[in-house]
Design a protein around this ligand. Structure first.
Ligand SMILES: Cc1ncc(COP(=O)(O)O)c(C=O)c1O
Length: 348
């Protein structure tokens, strides 16, 4: 017997995430702002979409068969999505992450049965110890394996072209004027923007980057400038390489965010809109404030919140961690945080 509403497995709940009106952000920016809340995916992030798309494609093309191994270099979210798929389909999941990964994210990967290798976050991409090099080397020596390699895999773009893009267009009833998303591998912004600009070429697409990443300068000047690279805490935002999956020509402008502002904005969002997002979601909201002059009251803005805040309870949502990293300990920060909260409550 089958129930009408049954899902065959949890992967059938990937996608179709809601867009949610952000009342306070909209009030301050004097336009209508909606969040595409990707935490509604079963793996709590947008990466479920591309992981499922990439594995389905590899299976269709016969690149992986029963008993195979799925390998990825990941800051945690793609790994979590792949670990779910592996648990259901019987593949071995081998993940390479960096010392930047939070305790919670690592624990989740292991809970889902993945093997996790931690590599130094400071290693250059070509360093034998970097998470990219080690993932590639593992793939090279493992028969019947795929290395998803989201930074250079077109599936990362297509997964969003065929799901996130059409969803946003449908959900905004064709009224969308601005699309704002963080850029890490670039899959989210590129696939979605490609679809949206095909529907209406006037839709503006803004990328969110971190200070310490090379993407903004590359977009503005076509230069890969290694001197831009420095450590930062906004997981998933920006890169120290130029991924093959960023369609720079579909992005109108980049905005860069610093750690303190991005993290504090996520904390404010939790207390004003009751949406618990990760550091990249905070960075995206912070970038919106930088874009304020771009919007008219009649506009319709969609911002992607890529993942759920529960992955960051020991970091972003831990006062001690915030203070010891210098993100809450200056009087100015404290005052600004309180002013932000009060200002939002009063509508400025
Ligand atoms: C938490 C988080 N936010 C944002 C992104 C950026 O998305 P994309 O890789 O599609 O550019 C990532 C990617 O790793 C991520 O893990």
């Amino acid at each position: 017997m089958r129930l009408k509403e049954e899902r065959e497995n949890i992967l059938q709940t990937v996608g179709d995430t809601p867009i949610i009106f952000l009342k306070d952000v909209s009030k301050v920016l004097k336009t209508r702002v909606y969040a595409k809340v990707e935490a509604f995916n079963p793996g709590h992030s947008a990466k479920d979409r591309i992981a499922l798309y990439a594995v389905n494609k590899a299976e269709e093309e016969g690149r992986i068969t029963e008993g195979g191994t799925i390998i990825e270099s990941t800051s945690g979210n793609t790994g979590r999505s792949l670990a779910m798929i592996c648990a259901l389909r019987g593949y071995k999941c081998v993940l390479f992450s960096t010392t930047k990964i939070s305790f919670e994210k690592q624990a989740i990967l292991k809970a889902l049965g993945a093997e996790v290798h931690i590599c130094p976050a400071s290693a250059k991409s070509t360093d034998p110890e970097s998470y990219y090099t080690r993932a590639q080397a593992y793939h090279d020596r493992t028969p019947n394996s795929i290395y998803v390699n989201q930074y250079y895999n077109d599936c990362n773009i297509e997964g969003h072209y065929y799901s996130t893009g059409p969803e946003i267009w449908r959900q905004t009833e064709g009224k969308l004027t601005h699309y704002v998303a963080c850029v890490g591998s670039g899959g989210t912004i590129s696939g979605t923007a490609k679809f949206l600009k095909e529907q209406n070429k006037d839709v503006k697409v803004f990328g969110v980057d971190a200070f310490g990443s090379v993407l903004t300068k590359f977009h503005e000047e076509g230069v890969f400038d290694e001197s831009q690279i420095r450590p930062y805490k906004l997981d998933g935002v920006g890169k120290n390489i130029i991924p093959g999956t960023v369609l720079f020509d579909r992005i109108d402008k980049f905005y860069q965010v610093n750690d303190a502002e991005g993290l504090q904005r996520a904390r404010t969002l939790a207390r004003t809109e009751a949406i618990l997002t990760g550091p990249s979601g905070g960075a995206a909201i912070e970038a919106l404030y930088q874009m304020k002059g771009e919007f008219k009251p009649t506009d319709c803005v969609v911002v992607v919140l890529p993942d759920h805040g529960t992955g960051y309870l020991s970091t972003l949502y831990n006062d001690e961690w915030m203070s010891s990293n210098g993100f809450l300990n200056t009087e100015e920060d404290q005052v600004e945080l309180v002013e932000n909260l009060n200002g939002l409550k009063q509508g400025y």
